[in-house]
Design a protein around this ligand. Sequence first.
Ligand code: GUN
Ligand code: ZN
Length: 464
Amino acid sequence: MATDNRYIAASAQGGALKGIRGEMVTFHEDPFLIEDESKCYSHYSDGLIVMQDGKILAAGNYADIYPLYPELKDIDSYDNSVIIPGMIDTHVHYVQSPMIGSFGDTLLKWLNQYTFPTEGRFKDPEFAKSVAELFMAQILKQGTTTANVFSTTFPCSVDALFTESERYNTRMITGKVLQDRNLPDYLSDKSAEESIEQAAELMQRWHGKGRQLYAIIPRFAPTSTPRQLELAGKLYQENLDKGVYMHTHLDEADDEIEWALSLYPEAANYTDIYRRYGLLGNRSVFAHCCLVKEEEWQMLHDNDCGIAHCPSSNLFLGDGMFKIWEATAKERPIHVGVGTDVGAGTNFSLPRQLNEAYKVAMLRKHSIGALKSFYMVTKGGARVLHLEDKIGSLEPGFEADITVIDQAPTDFLKWRMQFNDFILDRLFILQTLSPENLIKATYVAGKKVYDRDRETQLIHAAEL
Ligand code: GUN
Ligand code: ZN
C-alpha cells in the first residue's frame, strides 16, 4: 500500500480552500493485472483532501498535508467513515427508473411488456424532466458522481438529463438511443437518417458543455437496421478524437444473441456485428458481455473497448453469468467497470452491485476481493470511460468528486465493524451488508451536493 503524499500549490487568484478530513482510500495500479496489492491503493487512517475551484490540490496524511496550507480553515471532518473517489456507474438507463422492479421473465419479454411502454412516456419533456431529477437524486444519494446513461429515442429525454446534471455540475455521459426497427411505433425512430441527424445535433449542443459528454447509443443490434448501424458507426468514427462515446448492449442472453445473429447472418459473432459497422473503438462501452466467445474477447481487447458488468440485472433477468476472470485475463485484458443497469438492475447502489458481482463470480469458484471491487467502481470505471486523468482518483489535479461512506450506518454495522481492523476487510463487509443509508456525503467538483444528515439533503451546485 503506497502512502506517499501528493500536493500542488494553491493558486493565489483561485477561490477559497476547502478540506475533507477522515479515513481515506484511493486506488492506483490495476489489481486485475498487478499481483502486488500494495501498489494498487493508498490508505490513510487520518487523511486530508484539500480542494480549490472544484479540483483536488492535495491528498494524503493529515499531519503532512495540513501544514502546507496555512490558509485552509474550512474542513469537513468525518469520523467512523471512509472517504473514496466518487463512484462511477458505467451502464444505467435513467428512463427505466419508473419501472424498476417490474416482474421480469426473459429479457425480450421484459423489454416488450414493461420497458418500451415506459420509455414511450419520455416524449413528454415534463415527464422526462421529473424523472431526470429523481434519477440524479437517487444516484447522488448512493455516492455515484458519474454515470454512463441510456436516455431514449426522444431528444428531449437527453436534454432533460444533461440539464439536471448541469445543475449539480456532475460529469455525465448520455445520448439519444438509436432504434429504428423491432420496437413499437411510438418509440421507434422514423428513419435511420433522421435519427442520426438528431444525434449529431444533440452532440453539438451538449458534448463538452461544462462537464457533459455525449454518447452515440444504438440500443442493441436487433433494434437497429443495418443502415442505422452504418450511420452510427460513421458518426462515431468522425467524433472519436473529440471524446465522443459509443454505448450499447452485447451478449446478454441466449435468445438475444440468436436473434441478433439471425438479423446479421454475415457476422462471425455478435461482437463482429458492431465491428463491421465501425462501432468498436477505445470509447466503446458494452454492457453485460455474459456469453462472450474467446474470439470476441480478443476483438474487444484489440480495439481497447470497455465493459460494464451488471450483476444485479443479470441475476434479475436470469441472463448468463459474467466471467470476470475471462474478461480480465492477463494475456488480453479488457477494462471492466460496473453498471447498476436500472431498471433491470434492482437498485441504484454500486456497493450493492459489488455484493452481487462477488456472488456471481463465486458460483464459478472465482472470488473478487474488495480491492478489485472498489477499483472497478472508481479508477477502473474511469479507465473504461477514458476519464482516468480526470476522475476516479483522489490525487492532485483531479476533479473533486468524492464519496463519504459511513462505517456505522446502522447500530448493527457499528457493532460488527469493531471486529475487523484491516481497511479492505471493512470495505468488503460494507459492500456485502450495504444498507440504503450507507453514504454519508457526496461532493461534486468540490461541493457537498448530498449530505445525508443535513436538513436539505440534496442541493444543486449553483445554490451552494
Ligand atoms: N438490451 C436491449 N435493451 C436493453 C435494456 O433496456 N435492458 C437490458 N438489460 N438489456 C437490453
Ligand atoms: Zn442496459
